[in-house]
Ligand binder design. Structure first.
Ligand SMILES: [Fe+2]
Ligand SMILES: [Fe+2]
Length: 171
């Protein structure tokens, strides 16, 4: 594997682990704020992010390449509002998408078909994830300032009728 691509894949691990931490912090905050549906959705997303990091680690190991685990910054413990909390997730997912696109570009440029194939899964996954967060923001916009609306969205998330937490695209 090209050295620059190898380094970039290792660096991308920071984003996946940071996303896992961010979702877990949100899950804790929602649990403390009596929104168990949001909390369990965020917890599932956190576990999915760990799975993403593991996919990259496995790919590097299968090719007998070194893996450097990053230090992860402590995420916030609270957010000004539910909408802002979910917006912070959207920003983080968009940052991950940009990083995946850059990785795919490097893999293609260096003719690394194996890395490119592995990254294709992530390209599709990011479309799913951004779509799930966008759907959630849409429901929150409809709920507006209504506590009852927020409780309904929370129930939808507990049931899995907001996409995201329940499904992962096939490997
Ligand atoms: Fe991810
Ligand atoms: Fe994600």
């Amino acid at each position: 594997m090209n050295e620059d691509l190898h380094r970039a894949l290792n660096e991308h691990l920071t984003l996946e682990f940071a996303a896992a931490h961010h979702y877990l912090a949100l899950s804790i905050w929602f649990e403390l704020n009596d929104l168990p549906g949001f909390a369990s959705w965020m917890k599932q997303q956190s576990q999915d992010e760990l799975g993403h990091a593991q996919r990259i680690i496995d790919h590097l190991l299968e090719r007998d390449l070194e893996v450097t685990l990053p230090a992860i910054e402590s995420p916030p413990t609270s957010w000004p509002s539910t909408v802002e909390a979910v917006q912070s997730v959207m920003q983080s997912e968009q940052r991950v998408t940009r990083s995946i696109d850059r990785l795919q570009e490097k893999a293609t440029r260096t003719g690394d078909r194996a890395a490119s194939l592995m990254l294709d899964w992530f390209v599709a996954e990011q479309v799913e994830e951004e779509n799930a967060v966008r759907a959630l923001l849409g429901r929150l916009r409809l709920a507006g300032d209504s506590s009852l609306g927020l409780l309904i969205v929370d129930q939808e998330m507990a049931k899995g009728s907001i996409p995201g937490a329940m499904e992962e695209p096939e490997p």
